[in-house]
Design a protein around this ligand. Structure first.
Ligand code: PMT
Length: 424
């Protein structure tokens, strides 16, 4: 995505709800960008928000009255918050404090912002901002999950310096990204509308006996975020799920595949019907040659488990004939030499793109809520992205993948081993 604003929101009525966070000043930038994109913007404020930024600031920008009193009437003597709730094409809550999230999750409406969000049938986007401890607190995470269940779009906070001076997750997403999320919600058809996407996520577990296995720590967070972001862009998404510690996103088809063999079967079956395959799963490279049918008993002697290599699933897809081979993105989880190892895998496995991330060091991509990735193509590194929440990594990945996929489909750029050229 770029910084330009075509009038993509022309004529859209957006209500921006501002709550009481130090990040409230960034809502001014968000409102300005929405106006530049052609939107008609109304602002509602909680009393605490007005302690950080005055209503006059927003009124001057929008040339419209600001609603900061839940009991206020508008010029036609109608209840202002109900009028706005009904007129809104979308509601954007930015910044949304932990308190605002809790009130929304519980259906409490103590002020104009919560009242508008609760009364409206328009889509609601929420951009939280708070201290890292508050964001990661189970209560907040439970409230965020509840809001997602109500269909709210959550624009994940970023990692960075917080008002406390500490560094962590909780900083309001960049105003550019917030406005992009609003634009995406309005894109007449998302940029993956009609595109069939298969994503693998989580780790495989290779049985030693009925209760023991060889596995890895993959949580499935990265793959789930990629599947969720593809869904939000209009793709029809199949998630091939290994062992995951997170719930798969709603609205995607989930195929459970907890061993490498099951994952191979699911992927090889789905790939010829897919336009894009993203292999984010951590597939075990080896499996016990003969898993015991009964639980192995301890008898004091050493246990030797013979391992055999598992099939390389993504490499098999890479060798599929061009007319059925999907546009292919692999991941490389490396503890050292990221570029050399990732580009080696890109070539060896016949991928169009590979996403490199680091494991096993001071930062470990596995299990973390954030990730710092570098995407490589045949020509080398393509990105220089900071550490981001996995959902934002997923958004950036899709921006890049969509661009590359379209070019490969339209024959504009070569793929290493013959990316799919016939679209659909
Ligand atoms: O799940 P999280 O906790 O969120 O962590 C995310 C992650 C770190 C697991 C993820 O971002 C990631 O890097 N996934 C790939 C892990 C991996 O198996 O990397 P690899 O370098 O061993 O494999 C390279 C590629 O080949 C991967 O796309 C993998 O899915 C694929 N592969 C590997 C082995 C195999 N037998 N078949 C495969 O298809």
């Amino acid at each position: 995505m770029n910084d330009e604003h075509p009038a993509s929101l022309a004529g859209r009525r957006i209500v921006v709800g501002v709550s009481g966070s130090i990040a409230a000043y960034k809502a001014v930038l968000v409102v300005r960008r929405l106006l530049e994109a052609g939107a008609i913007v109304d602002v509602a404020m909680t009393p605490a928000a007005a302690a950080f930024v005055t209503p006059l600031t927003f009124a001057s920008l929008t040339h419209r009255p600001v609603v900061s009193d839940v009991l206020a009437l508008d010029g036609d003597q109608q209840i202002a918050h109900i009028e706005l709730a009904e007129a809104a094409d979308a509601i954007l809550l930015a910044p949304a404090t932990a308190n605002l999230l809790a009130e929304l999750a519980a259906g409490l409406v103590p002020d104009a912002v919560t009242a508008i969000a609760c009364a409206s049938r328009a889509p609601v986007l929420v951009a939280p901002a708070m201290d890292a401890g508050m964001w990661t607190h189970p209560a907040t995470q439970r409230n965020v999950a509840a809001l997602r269940d109500y269909g709210y779009i959550v624009i994940e906070p970023e990692v960075g310096e917080l008002a406390s001076g500490l560094t962590g997750i909780g900083r309001l997403a960049d105003p550019v990204h917030i406005v992009e999320a609003v634009e995406r919600r309005f894109a007449r058809s998302g940029d993956l509308e009609g595109v069939r996407v298969v994503v693998s996520a989580g780790g495989t577990r290779e049985p030693i006996d009925p209760v023991r296995f060889i596995g890895n720590r993959s949580s499935g967070k990265m793959g789930a975020a990629i599947a969720e972001a593809a869904r939000d862009r209009g793709a029809s998404v199949t998630l091939v799920a290994g062992s995951m510690s997170v719930t798969p996103p709603r609205g995607v088809t989930v195929v459970e595949a907890t061993t490498a063999a099951a994952m191979r079967e699911a992927i090889i079956g789905a790939a010829p019907h897919a336009d894009i395959l993203v292999m984010a799963a951590a597939v075990a490279d080896f499996a016990p040659v003969r898993p015991a049918k009964r639980k192995i008993k301890r008898d004091g002697s050493a246990l030797n488990v013979e391992l055999v290599p598992n099939p390389d699933i993504v490499a098999e897809v890479g060798e599929m004939p061009e007319d059925v081979r999907p546009f292919l993105i692999g991941f490389a989880a490396e503890s050292d030499d990221l570029e050399a190892n990732a580009t080696g895998k890109l070539r060896d496995k016949g991928l169009d793109l590979i996403v490199g991330n680091v494991i096993g060091g001071p930062f470990d991509a596995i299990g973390s809520d954030e990730n710092k990735v570098t995407v490589f193509g045949v020509e080398g590194p393509l990105t220089d992205w900071p550490m981001l929440p996995k959902r934002q990594v997923a958004e950036r990945l899709w921006d890049l993948i969509v661009d590359r996929y379209r070019k490969a489909r339209d024959g504009e750029s070569p793929a290493p081993r013959g990316g799919r050229r016939s679209g659909g």
